[in-house]
Write a protein that binds this ligand. Structure first.
Ligand code: SF4
Ligand code: MG
Length: 283
C-alpha cells in the first residue's frame, strides 16, 4: 500500500511561502494514502489559478486544464475510466466564477469525483482582484472603492443544486482537512470540499488570524445531523457560510455513472420504471 510520500514528486511548488495551498496538497497526499490508493489509481485534474498548479505537484495522473474547465475534464476522465479515483481542484475564481455553470451541473449530475476548492476569496495568480467569494466592500485593484456585489455562497448553491456531499475546512487544520478529503474520496458521488486557503500575498483581510476568529467548527454542535438537508441549509445560513466540518452527506443517491445504461449493473436500463396502476392514478 502506498504511503503519503509516494504521492509526492520532485517538482517544487512555486507558491509563495505561507500560502495555504501547501497544506491542501499535503492533505490530499495523506488522504490518498489513508484510503488505500496507489498513485496509478488516482487522477488530479485542475483549472487555472495558483491552486491549479496542484495537479503537477501530486504523484498521480494529472491534467492542468484551462480556466474554469477542471470539472468537464474530470467528468470525462471518470466516465472514460471508472476505475480511476478522480480529484478535481482549483480556486474560488476558477470554480465559482467562470466555472460556476460546470460546478452546478456536476453537482446535480453526482458523478463520483472529489472537488477540492482552495478558497482564498481573491484572484491570486493575476495579482489580486475581487473574486465572487470576496466580501462586499472588499478593496482590490479591480474594486478600488470596494466591491458592490454580494458574496457568492457556494455551500448554499451546492445544497440547492442537489449535492450529496458538502464539506468545508481550513488549510491550517490539517487533521480535519485530511479526514474530510478521505470521506470525500470514500463517498460514491460528487463531493464538494471548500477549503479556506489564505493568499498571504494579496489578501490582507482574510488572513490566517481572520479565519481563526471567524470559523465555526461543527464539532461545537454535537447534535448536528449532516444527513438533514434542511438543517444543513439552516446552519450554513446561521454561520454566514463560515462553518467547517462535514456539512451534508446523502449516501442514498446513486452516482451518475451507476445510473446510465452500459455503465454497470445498476443502470436505469436494468430497473423496472413502469408505474403501477395506483402510482399512475396519483399523477
Ligand atoms: Fe498563494 Fe496568493 Fe501566492 Fe498565489 S499569490 S501562491 S494564492 S499566496
Ligand atoms: Mg482565489
Amino acid at each position: 500500500m502506498a504511503t503519503f510520500k509516494e504521492f509526492r514528486n520532485n517538482v517544487k511548488p512555486n507558491w509563495c511561502p505561507g500560502c495555504g495551498d501547501f497544506s491542501v496538497q499535503a492533505a490530499i497526499q495523506r488522504a490518498a494514502a489513508n484510503v488505500g490508493l496507489e498513485p496509478e489509481g488516482l487522477a488530479v485534474i485542475s483549472g487555472i489559478g495558483c491552486s491549479g498548479r496542484i495537479s503537477g505537484y501530486v504523484n498521480a495522473y494529472g491534467l492542468h486544464g484551462i480556466h474554469g474547465r477542471a470539472l468537464p475534464i474530470a467528468q470525462g476522465v471518470k466516465l472514460a475510466n471508472r476505475d480511476l479515483t478522480v480529484i478535481a481542484s482549483g480556486g474560488d475564481g476558477d470554480g465559482f466564477a467562470i466555472g460556476m455553470g460546470h460546478t452546478v451541473h456536476a453537482i446535480r449530475r453526482n458523478i463520483d469525483i472529489t472537488y477540492i476548492v482552495m478558497d482564498n476569496q481573491i484572484y491570486g495568480l493575476t495579482k489580486g482582484q475581487t473574486s465572487p467569494r470576496s466580501a462586499e466592500g472588499f478593496k482590490t485593484k479591480s474594486t478600488p472603492e470596494g466591491s458592490i456585489e454580494s458574496t457568492l455562497s457556494p455551500l448554499e448553491i451546492a445544497i440547492s443544486a442537489g449535492a450529496t456531499f458538502i464539506a468545508q475546512s481550513f488549510s491550517s487544520d490539517l487533521k480535519q482537512l485530511t479526514s474530510l478529503i478521505e470521506a470525500g474520496l470514500n463517498h460514491k458521488g460528487f463531493s464538494l470540499i471548500n477549503v479556506f486557503s489564505p493568499c498571504v500575498t494579496f489578501n490582507k483581510v482574510n488572513t490566517y488570524d481572520w479565519f481563526k476568529e471567524n470559523i465555526v467548527n461543527l464539532d461545537q454542535f454535537p447534535d448536528y445531523d449532516p444527513t438533514n438537508r434542511i438543517a444543513a441549509m439552516n446552519k450554513i445560513m446561521e454561520t454566514n457560510g463560515m462553518l467547517t466540518g462535514l456539512i451534508y452527506h446523502n449516501k442514498e443517491r446513486k452516482s451518475y455513472e451507476n445510473m446510465i445504461s452500459g455503465f454497470g449493473a445498476e443502470g436505469l436500463a436494468n430497473q423496472d420504471l413502469s408505474l403501477s396502476q395506483e402510482q399512475f392514478s396519483k399523477l
